[in-house]
Design a protein around this ligand. Structure first.
Ligand code: PLP
Length: 455
């Protein structure tokens, strides 16, 4: 129902609001530009090229309605329509991650580096992803990305990339263990999130799970006792989203390499080498040097790249996986290959920068933001905070951080803003943790808080 219909239904003259307040006269309504005229306006025509005509038409109609209701001046209708338009032709909204969880699964895990974003944009059109431009003949798909990965992990005889970490495990289980046994510790039967459980995933491939040990303690002897002719491989899974502490024991990879079957290690987080700040987080190089035949990992956790699954290990094994028919169904697209290569060869990722950010600098940023917002009459304070890695990496590790503390209602207001900001609630306050916010976003963050405060 338009405002005019509403007025008529209440028996009010179209020139008056329901309470008798002045409403724009019919002359004002006649001065509202016509749809076809607005759609020819250069900025709206360009928007239609970038976003599609239907979304622009809908914004124009809404802006016209507002003008007829007297809420927009007739000469401002085009501007009002532009302001209503989304930035992109997709429903995914860019947000500022101020949760303090560096790899937030609900926010798409690792943010891509500028290098990776450029690489994605560059690969969006036709590319030589599977063609050798020198010879004009077909070439290995994604060879430069695969070489970049191999270069970063010399301990791997070969590498392959699939759609995500779960796909890497499924490919390994299908190609190596369908109809046979995978030996795994009861302490490593992990649910990765949203109800997905790795044991279910492995069994879905036709492999059988042979559980050994107990929830808290599994020894190398437990594995040795069950490994036999039907064993396809021993699987070690990093408990990447929980910790078992106290009376615990787990077998190391090097204790399991003499059992006569491959040891496959799902490290989860995608660290290619040891990280000084995360001493308990397993990395591909160390696991391979310890004798793992195959390592699987995600690309969008601590590696800081796009969603993908990494397979690194003995050449014959990795080649067999890459040639398996299922590999075709799990292959990554050119955009992923582009982003992965740029992540591997480019400057430090936003994830790496957030992980190593100096707490003193984070405090200075929080102080500066709080002072500038408080000067505007906003109840903003700088507080100490504890950030986490999240996203299936470094459970239990907290990273000293600093946050902007705001009244609780800001949480919903900030999520609803033009640039949505996602914070976290703590003790009745809305905290915006700066460790997960790149410093270059501080200005946008302050703008979003001001917009939320002043409606
Ligand atoms: C995250 C994770 C997975 C799943 O990886 P996706 O890339 O989300 O498919 C599997 N295993 C471990 C140990 C993980 O941490």
């Amino acid at each position: 129902m338009g405002p005019r219909d509403a007025a008529q239904e209440k028996g009010v003259e179209p020139g008056q609001g329901p309470s008798g307040t002045a409403r724009p006269g019919s002359d004002v309504r006649r001065r509202v530009p016509r749809t076809d005229v607005l759609l020819r306006e250069p900025r709206l025509a360009e928007a239609a090229r970038l976003l599609g005509a239907p979304v622009v038409k809908a914004a124009v109609r809404e802006a016209q309605e507002r003008a007829r209701a007297g809420r927009v001046a007739p000469q401002d209708v085009a501007g009002a329509a532009l302001a209503l338009l989304p930035d992109t032709a997709c429903g995914l909204r860019p947000v500022i991650n101020a949760t303090g969880v560096l790899l937030h699964t609900n926010l798409g895990r690792a943010p891509l580096s500028d290098a990776a974003r450029r690489a994605v944009a560059g690969a969006a059109g036709p590319t030589d992803v599977e063609l050798d431009l020198d010879t004009g003949v077909r070439a290995r798909r994604g060879r430069t990305a695969l070489r970049a990965l191999a270069d970063r992990v010399p301990a791997a005889g070969a590498v392959h990339v699939v759609n995500n970490g779960a796909a890497a495990l499924v490919l390994a289980a299908t190609a190596l263990a369908a109809g046979r046994e995978i030996v795994v510790s009861r302490g490593e039967m992990v649910e990765i999130g949203d109800g997905f459980r790795l044991p279910d995933l492995l069994v879905s491939t036709g492999a059988r799970l042979r559980e050994v040990g107990t929830t808290n303690r599994t020894t190398a002897a437990d594995y040795a006792a069950v490994v036999g002719p039907d064993t396809a491989f021993v699987l070690k899974v990093h408990p990447s989203n929980f910790r078992i502490t106290g009376f615990t024991r787990a077998a190391e990879v090097r204790e399991l390499t003499g059992l006569g079957v491959p040891v496959v290690v799902d490290i989860g987080s995608g660290l290619l080498g040891p990280h000084p700040l995360l001493p308990d987080e397993p990395d591909a190089t160390t696991q391979l040097r310890a004798g793992a035949a195959l390592v699987t990992a995600s690309g969008d956790k601590l590696l800081g790249g796009p969603q993908c699954g990494l397979l690194l290990g003995e050449e014959n094994l990795v080649r067999a996986l890459a040639r398996h028919p299922l590999a075709r169904a799990l292959r990554v697209d050119k955009l992923t290959l582009a982003a992965l290569e740029a992540t591997l060869t480019g400057p430090p990722t936003p994830t790496a920068a957030a992980l190593t950010a100096d707490p003193t600098v984070l405090c200075e940023r929080a102080d500066r933001l709080a002072a500038s917002l408080a000067a505007d009459g906003i109840d903003a304070r700088a507080v100490d905070s504890a950030a986490t890695v999240g996203g299936g990496g470094a459970p239990g590790v907290t990273l000293p951080s600093a946050a902007l503390s705001l009244p609780e209602p800001f949480a919903a207001l900030l999520r609803a803003g033009r640039v949505p900001v996602v914070g976290r609630l703590e003790a009745g306050r809305c905290l915006l943790d700066l460790r997960s916010v790149p410093p270059e976003d501080d200005v946008r963050l302050a703008g979003a808080v001001r917009a939320a405060a002043h409606g």
